[in-house]
Design a protein around this ligand. Structure first.
Ligand code: DAU
Length: 333
């Protein structure tokens, strides 16, 4: 089985490459990644010499490059995306290029080369804020940030290509991921590192916004199952049901890093901040037998340990564009 994994040098993509190489001795992987700010081949340094995985530098917004890498694979998993909501508020264009136009390029290539399966990695944010209850696979899209609007557009294209051209695509919507190798712009790695370095943590608004959390390894298992056994043309939600306000996550991080509540700094809220996400993953559990295996306590402790042990990796992430973004987002500190 030859798999094209786009965005394989990013957080989720690199975790998936590790998972696939560990799980399938005969797998062949093409990692197609443009190594933009969040893509880092060091995430794959331990498997750099593994002949089963080859790297091709390229961007999914480049139609010709996409056409070439899709040509002879059995499965495409599209992790390539601009993912950070705050960045989409500052500069939305890259989100349209990658998350909309890039998905169109992948769909066109899959259609042309008759690739047997295409898995689109997407988000629960396309359903907008869910103040009560849960969003299921049939819920209406109500994206409210440039990021979620761009992901919703990509997902709509996938559904349209499945219906119009019979393209064999499956769309997955996941709750918030966390774990090793996550770029330190997201809540968990950003707060962990700030706390380890004696800084304060910038909690947006009142900190009572609710997010649902999944450890990266559980997400990899879900994607693997969906890729092997999911029904083409369908949609699967991926969630753990573990939903907590950001302030609770922050307090757990204070405990794990030995800091006190004086490290919490309430800052201006994110514009259009979605108050709550809650995703119903009954279909994935009932049809494909998936269950999350890592509790939030366990996953969070592992994650904090990983960031403690990988400070050089962190320092390399924080070069160039990161500092510019950090100062713009949080003000000079
Ligand atoms: O729900 C899935 C989505 O989760 C993914 O599709 C996105 O790609 C991913 O970025 C993530 O989006 P969020 O906006 O939920 O993640 P983020 O880590 O940016 O923020 C998590 C929560 O923490 C959110 O309510 C905003 C809040 N937050 C975040 C940061 C970075 C803060 O209070 N302060 C911060 O400095």
């Amino acid at each position: 089985m030859k798999i094209l994994l786009t965005g394989g040098a990013g957080f989720m993509g690199s975790n998936m490459i590790h998972y696939l190489l560990r799980t399938y001795p005969d797998v062949k992987i093409v990692n197609f990644d443009d190594l933009t700010y969040a893509g880092n081949l060091e995430n794959l340094a331990d498997v750099a010499d593994d002949p089963r995985c080859t790297f091709v530098k390229g961007n999914i917004a480049d139609a010709m490059a996409v056409d070439q890498v899709v040509a002879d694979v059995d499965l495409v998993i599209n992790y390539a995306a601009e993912t950070h909501v705050d960045r989409s508020i500052l500069e939305p264009k890259a989100f349209i290029d990658t998350n909309v136009y890039g998905v169109y390029n992948v769909l066109e290539a899959v259609r042309k080369h008759k690739t047997p399966r295409y898995i689109q990695i997407s988000t629960d944010e396309v359903f907008g804020a869910v103040l009560e209850g849960e969003s299921d696979e049939g819920s209406k899209f109500e994206p409210r940030s440039p990021y979620s609007a761009s992901k919703a557009a990509g997902d709509h294209l996938c559904q349209a290509y499945a219906i119009t051209y019979g393209v064999p695509v499956i769309v997955t919507h996941s709750c918030n991921f966390y774990g090793p190798y996550q770029f330190p712009e997201k809540l968990i790695p950003l707060f962990t590192l700030n706390l380890l370095e004696g800084k304060t943590v910038p909690v947006y608004g009142d900190g009572m916004q609710v997010r649902e959390w999944i450890f990266t390894e559980d997400h990899c298992r879900a994607i693997d199952l969906i890729a092997r056994k999911g029904n083409l043309g369908e949609v699967y939600n991926i969630g753990t049901g573990f939903r907590v306000p950001n302030l609770d996550v922050t307090k757990k991080l204070l405990q794990l890093t030995g800091r006190g509540t004086d490290a919490i700094e309430y800052v201006k809220d994110r514009p259009g901040h979605d108050r709550r996400y809650a995703i119903n993953s009954n279909k994935l559990r009932a049809e494909l037998g998936w269950e999350p295996q890592v509790s939030f306590e366990e996953g969070l402790a592992q994650t904090v340990e990983w960031y403690k042990r990988n400070r050089e990796w962190v320092d390399r992430c924080r070069t160039g564009a990161y500092k510019e973004y950090y100062d713009k987002q949080y003000g000079k500190r």
